[in-house]
Design a protein around this ligand. Structure first.
Ligand code: CA
Length: 519
């Protein structure tokens, strides 16, 4: 822990930032205080003390964060890199005061109860009125981030906004084949067949690919059209809750029915033959080559492809409401998660837990939340009619708005803060906003499974059985879709194999953890 004067802190700042000095009500400490931080995230591998947002937070609160990140280069792999850096930090024994990281939740929920991180519940209740008010209004969030011992060990990044992915279709192709936006699964099949057989791109060849997906699990969303489920959260292949019980989509009747029909569509050429292998460039390639007809993908980025109307005559790729399923249900299975496993925590070596929780709480004040979302007033935004509005310079830059914000220390997902969707709305294109409005008219979203925290015994059962069960589910699923085997004929054997592999034990520990955490 180093102490130094505020003047020094300001002199260290970059010229681009002119922090507004201490408004009394945000000030936390009389004497400037430095706290060390480890920060791991693919987009910002270390905490940058010169970020204008850090400078402003320091000027307001009196607390400055000093980078003490180890393992910053361990971020090549999205799945393993972050945890490796955290393990390295823990193994080194020299813990910083604050640990901020993507994928922090499981790590702190394992090592917090063992003493490596400070339990936050009492600190929040006594010293963090803004966070307490948030958790009081969203008790399911507090439940979701709690460890098996009932304590919270990290403050998460809390995304805002409801909508994520949606069904998009070529409206100009619908015109070309003389059909309306499909209302239900039967009409959808007829439309996809027309796309395949009636040459909507007009080049005289049957080269159209009716349904494609940039991420192949998006193909599985189609099982919802037969009342199946593919995931209960924004993580693919996740569990979901049905009638208060945790279960898995890939053992459901609707799933079986859905896979049987997806396999039929695949055989008929209504689905991209390369859906499992084409990869992340599928959307870019198939749209810009005027080949793809329909997908399920993010509102904002997918809407952006309407710029192709410059080169493809009449190009119109817009959202359509979810077609009604065989039982008449319209479901959009994907939505933004209200909570991420990313955020920050207080390590046991921190000598200033009260000051630190007050600092965490600062980011939930009106000023702190605005700073976390929009950057610094007068630089990234100005106040217009009492609300922050990005400057024209920010909105018209060649660099994406979110990238500009990361560069000044705003919108950091390894900081615990509550996002404000308004930040994104200001730079969303009109087609995306029109699509979101369309989805807002219906009640298509469904509740999310927010995850559980296992005891050590439950974790052992899960770790022993789930990876092989899941692998087997995915292996069979792909075989059936590709026409290798028949899902209906194979179903009883499939279920028996899953049970032999320990599926029921996994469901038991999921449900015991779920019951403890939410009921
Ligand atoms: Ca064609």
């Amino acid at each position: 822990m180093r102490k130094f004067t505020l003047t020094t802190a300001l002199m260290m700042g970059t010229a681009m930032s002119t922090p507004v000095l201490a408004e009394g009500h945000l000030q936390i400490v009389e004497e400037p205080l430095e706290l060390t931080i480890q920060m791991n995230h693919a987009r910002y591998p270390v905490y940058d003390e010169s970020w204008p947002v850090e400078q402003q937070a320091s000027a307001w609160t009196g607390i400055s964060l000093v980078d003490q990140t180890v393992g910053a280069n361990m971020r090549t792999d999205e799945n393993s890199g972050k945890t490796e850096a955290l393990n390295l930090m823990l193994a080194g024994g020299n813990l910083p005061d604050i640990v901020g990281s993507s994928r922090l939740k499981d790590f702190v929920n394992q090592y917090g109860p063992e003493g490596a991180f400070v339990p936050l519940n009492d600190l929040i209740a006594e010293h963090a009125p803004n966070m307490q008010a948030y958790f009081d209004s969203r008790p399911e969030i507090a439940s979701a981030i709690s460890a098996a011992d009932g304590n919270m060990y990290y403050i998460p990044y809390l995304p805002d906004g409801k909508y994520g992915r949606a069904y998009f279709i070529r409206y100009d192709w619908l015109d070309a084949v003389g059909m309306d936006v499909p209302n239900d699964v039967e009409e959808l099949e007829a439309v996809l067949r027309a796309f395949k057989t009636q040459d909507p791109n007009g080049n005289g060849e049957a080269d159209e690919i009716p349904f494609f997906a940039r991420q192949w699990p998006e193909l599985l969303r189609l099982v919802t059209l037969w009342d199946g489920r593919s995931s209960g959260s924004d993580t693919y292949h996740d569990f979901h809750v049905a009638d208060g019980v945790v279960t898995h989509g890939y053992i459901g009747e609707g799933y079986r029915e859905g896979i049987a029909n997806i396999a039929r569509w695949y055989e008929e050429g209504l689905i991209d033959a390369e859906v499992f292998t084409r990869g992340s460039s599928a959307r870019e390639y198939l749209l810009s080559e005027d080949l793809g007809g329909m997908t399920h993908d993010w509102f904002a980025s997918t809407s952006g492809y309407n710029r192709l109307s410059d080169s493809i005559d009449g190009f119109s790729f817009r959202a359509m409401v979810p077609p009604a399923s065989i039982s008449g249900a319209r479901i959009e299975e994907h939505r933004r998660t209200p909570i991420k496993p990313d955020g920050w925590a207080i390590s046991y070596t921190n000598e200033y837990p009260v000051e630190t929780i007050k600092y965490f709480d600062f980011w939930f004040t009106e000023e702190g939340r605005r700073l976390a979302n929009f950057g610094v007033e007068g630089e990234q935004y100005t106040m217009v009619d009492g609300a922050p509005k990005f400057t024209d310079e920010v909105l018209n830059s060649d660099s994406p708005v979110n990238a500009q914000l990361w560069a000044v220390g705003s919108q950091l997902q390894s900081r615990g803060y509550f996002q404000d969707y308004e930040y994104e709305k200001q730079w969303s294109n009109e087609v995306a906003l029109e699509g979101i409005a369309l989805y807002d008219e219906g009640d298509y979203l469904i509740d999310q499974f927010l995850g559980v925290a296992f005891t050590a015994d439950e974790q052992a059962v899960y770790d022993r059985n789930w990876p092989s069960v899941r692998d087997y589910m995915l292996e069979r699923q792909q075989q059936w879709i590709l026409g290798n085997g028949d899902v209906n004929a194979d179903w009883d054997d499939y279920m028996a194999t899953l049970n032999d592999m320990g599926l029921q034990e996994v469901l038991e520990v999921m449900n015991s953890a779920y019951e403890r955490q939410y009921n």
